[in-house]
Design a protein around this ligand. Structure first.
Ligand SMILES: Cc1cc2nc3c(=O)[nH]c(=O)nc-3n(C[C@H](O)[C@H](O)[C@H](O)COP(=O)(O)OP(=O)(O)OC[C@H]3O[C@@H](n4cnc5c(N)ncnc54)[C@H](O)[C@@H]3O)c2cc1C
Length: 306
């Protein structure tokens, strides 16, 4: 089985999801080749064939040109799977490639179970396993679902890739910085996050107070943000911030893959949850089975007294 991995770089920096694609392909048992629109200096350090298209020529992003580059690499490699990160880059590019190749697409793969692809649905509440029909398929892989444990020291065999289509009606203009954030979780050493388990907006103050007692910042899961209980800059996860503090305390958070993707690289994870079977227990170093609304004020008081 062969897999072509579509790597992603942004503003000169290779994104770590490129290595996660390698980890996923290894789990599939596939022979790997890669394609990147970037520069050689950003090439993933993996001992595999890398098709490299020059970002100066084809742009940081151009739906049409990047599609033709991936399709050109497909024609050279003849892979069974063409695999994208499940990011805004992959969301936009993968279906274009699938439609051009007239093959099916499986989106947001989070696991491989008995050789089948597991995808999440219903806002991450359910999972189902699927097997693509046909000899070839396009896949997108959820960030954080597959960890690359190998050394990042392999030497890619770089082959420049050119396409005849030289221009596109669309032009990449640049990234617009997000509006000023209430909080910068990316720099926080301690984050205490509130999940839907806190029950209502007024109870977020209990978690915010615990964060303060720890000398940390308040984070949140997406439902807490969607409900308007806190601003979006507090959100941790695939559609929020990716964080890696020294201590992450998850309060009333179940541990959906989209949340885990944003915090599982934290040095030490404590989860406080009423349900000892909650999926967050798999990522937590310490799992406290308790009602967080009872525990958090007591813990905050103890921390202040210490
Ligand atoms: C495309 C997409 C992007 C997404 N992006 C994100 C993202 O960036 N970040 C994110 O967080 N989610 C994201 N989600 C949503 C994600 O799938 C989950 O729905 C969400 O993370 C669940 O949030 P939660 O854990 O707070 O709530 P729930 O899953 O409802 O879990 C609540 C938890 O609280 C516990 N609990 C209840 N009461 C108490 C109590 N009194 N004390 C202690 N524990 C209690 C329960 O046992 C449960 O485990 C995304 C989903 C999709 C489809």
């Amino acid at each position: 089985m062969k897999a072509l991995l579509v790597c992603e770089q942004r503003e000169g920096k290779l994104l770590d999801t490129s290595y996660e694609l390698v980890a996923f392909a290894e789990r599939l048992g596939a022979e790997v080749s890669l394609v990147l629109v970037g520069k050689e200096a950003q090439a993933p350090q993996v001992a595999a064939k890398l098709y490299l298209a020059d970002v100066d020529k084809y742009g940081e992003y151009s739906p049409e040109l990047h599609k033709h580059i991936v399709v050109a690499a497909v024609l050279k490699e003849n892979p069974d799977y063409i695999i994208f990160p499940h990011s805004s880059y992959g969301w936009d590019l993968a279906p274009r490639v699938a439609a051009t190749l007239r093959v099916g697409q499986v989106s947001e793969v989070v696991n491989i179970v008995d050789g089948k692809l597991e995808v999440s649905l219903c806002n991450g509440k359910l999972r189902r396993t699927v097997s693509p029909k046909g000899a070839r398929a396009v896949l997108t892989v959820q960030a954080g679902a597959f960890n690359y444990a190998g050394q990042k020291s392999g030497a890619p065999q770089v082959e420049a890739i050119e396409i005849s289509q030289g221009s596109s009606a669309l032009q990449f203009v640049g990234y617009e910085p997000a509006e000023k954030k209430e909080v910068d979780l990316g720099r926080a050493e301690i984050i205490v996050s509130a999940g839907r388990g806190v029950g209502k907006k007024e109870n977020v103050a209990v978690i915010a107070d615990l964060a303060k007692a720890f000398g940390g910042e308040l984070g949140a899961s997406r439902p807490v943000v969607d409900a308007g209980w806190v601003g979006h800059s507090h959100q941790v996860g695939t559609t929020g911030q990716t964080v890696s503090p020294k201590l992450y305390v998850a309060c009333g958070i179940s541990g959906a893959i989209q949340h885990l993707a944003g915090m599982k690289k934290s040095d030490f994870i404590v989860a406080i949850n009423k349900d000892k079977e909650a999926p967050i227990s798999e990522a937590a170093d310490v799992m406290v089975v308790a009602d967080v609304l009872q525990l958090a004020p007591v813990l905050a008081e103890k921390l202040r007294a210490a």
